[in-house]
Design a protein around this ligand. Structure first.
Ligand code: GLU
Length: 430
């Protein structure tokens, strides 16, 4: 199935995402007084792989694709992070996303480093067979750059469990026969039957919902009467909405690449999710009114969940929001100008590296289950995820208080503090 590209029609020109993450990093490193040597290490990526590879199209011709894998840091464990397919994928974006992964894994205290990768392409232009061939050739091109104990990809924008099954199979097929059954954990986010974990599919959205529940408790907001809006209705946006519904909250408006819709009495997240699978986007969902991008952003609600692409909350769009909290389901949805405006307007931000960490946390559980040949029940997965998310949430909240700073800076401080300790204990080789 051709998957819709979850971008917003308003992202016209690309601003450097790596500049954004370095800006966030510098601000946090200054405030915490991060050791200058460790600061140098953390500001650089470790490995940057760019590959060009051919894949055969259905018509019989070949096309050349460009793919990336950036490994930012592995001080805490193997490199970990998703693979995305999108026309905007480039080295700058992948670098930034890899650095956020290092910090994300550190803030939730799981033993992984950070990486990210992707293929620069619009997947909606290719058939399922073509995508399969592209994925397999990309995996082959990456070769030993990835590995179950070295660098473990997972789904991200426009990739899913099927993509992971193809990667796992291609990777295993290039191994000597006696190794093949021992490398299932080269990717996470696999289909359940192929070694995936229960709860992984919804994990990122589940983490968003868990952090929002903690936020609501702290702010005496009753989620049973709360309202929310969502940008992007792919895996993260749709699951976050469906799980917020279970807390009793009402979805007022949704925007994706096909348009924006609203309904004053609320939109049912579950039936919208089914509609999006069948129709490729939210536009035209029965019983809703179509609205433009600005009207969507101006929707009065308690919660905004940006779950599309980066840089959607900017100097231009942040003034329009009429919400109490932004829960970042996407990576990097708020740029530095947007952050400054939200802070000035008293709108809370649950930052991406905390808010959307549920995905990589359950990826860690999947990886452990594969290594131990275990199958955990869903209640076990959800319970463990809840504990990790709540602990990280409280750590970030308390750090924000201690440093009198915003939550993004606090989350960075928690993550960088952990990495600083590890580097100080180990020293730098030789
Ligand atoms: N792509 C997801 C993220 O940005 C998940 C990464 C993973 O599970 O490794 O956090």
């Amino acid at each position: 199935m051709a998957v819709p590209v979850p971008t917003t029609s308003t992202v016209i020109e690309k601003q450097s995402l790596y500049d954004n993450v370095i800006w966030q990093f510098d601000r946090s490193a200054d405030l915490m007084g991060l050791d200058p040597e460790i600061r140098k290490i953390m500001a650089a990526t470790t490995n940057e792989i760019q590959v060009h590879f051919p894949a055969r199209m259905d018509e019989g011709n070949i096309e050349i694709f460009t793919g990336y894998r950036v490994q930012h840091n592995n001080a805490l464990g193997p490199y970990k992070g998703g693979l995305r397919f999108h026309p905007a994928v480039d080295i700058d974006e992948v670098r930034a996303l890899a650095m956020w992964m290092t910090l994300k894994c550190a803030v939730v205290d799981i033993p992984f480093g950070g990486a990210k990768g992707g293929i620069r392409m619009d997947p909606s232009r290719y058939s399922a067979d073509e995508i399969q061939r592209i994925v397999r050739r990309f995996t082959f091109a990456l070769g030993d750059t990835i590995g179950p104990e070295f660098d473990i990809p997972a789904p991200d924008v426009n990739t899913n469990s099927q993509t992971m099954a193809w990667i796992a199979d291609t990777y295993a097929s290039t191994m000597p026969p006696h190794e093949r059954s021992r490398c299932t954990h080269v990717v996470t986010g696999k289909p359940i039957e192929s070694g995936g974990s229960l709860g992984r599919e919804k994990a990122t959205g589940q983490g968003v919902a868990f952090t929002l529940r903690e936020w609501a408790k702290d702010h005496e907001v009753d989620l049973r009467s709360a309202t929310f809006i969502v940008q992007g209705y792919g895996n993260v946006g749709s699951w976050a909405a469906r799980l917020m519904k279970r807390f009793g909250s009402k979805l007022l408006a949704v925007e994706d690449v096909t348009g924006a819709i609203t309904a004053p009495d609320g939109i049912d997240p579950d039936s919208l999710a089914k509609y999006v699978v069948e129709h490729g986007g939210v536009a035209g969902y029965p019983g809703t009114k179509e609205i433009d991008h600005t009207t969507f952003l101006r929707t009065k609600a308690d919660i905004f969940i940006p779950a599309a692409l980066e840089n959607t909350i900017t100097g231009a769009t942040a003034p329009l929001l009429d919400v109490k909290v932004v829960a970042e389901g996407a990576n990097g949805p708020t740029d530095p100008d947007g952050d400054a405006i939200l802070a000035k307007r008293g709108i809370d931000v649950i930052p991406d590296i905390l808010c959307n960490s549920g995905g990589v946390v359950v990826s860690y559980f999947e990886w452990l289950q594969n290594k131990r040949s275990e199958y955990w029940e869903l209640v076990e997965v959800d319970g463990k995820l809840l504990r990790i998310i709540v602990n990280a949430y409280r750590k970030v909240r308390d750090t924000a208080k201690r440093y009198r700073t915003d939550w993004r800076t606090a989350a960075f401080i928690c993550a960088l503090g952990r990495l600083e300790t590890v580097y100080k204990e180990r020293g730098v080789f030789p």
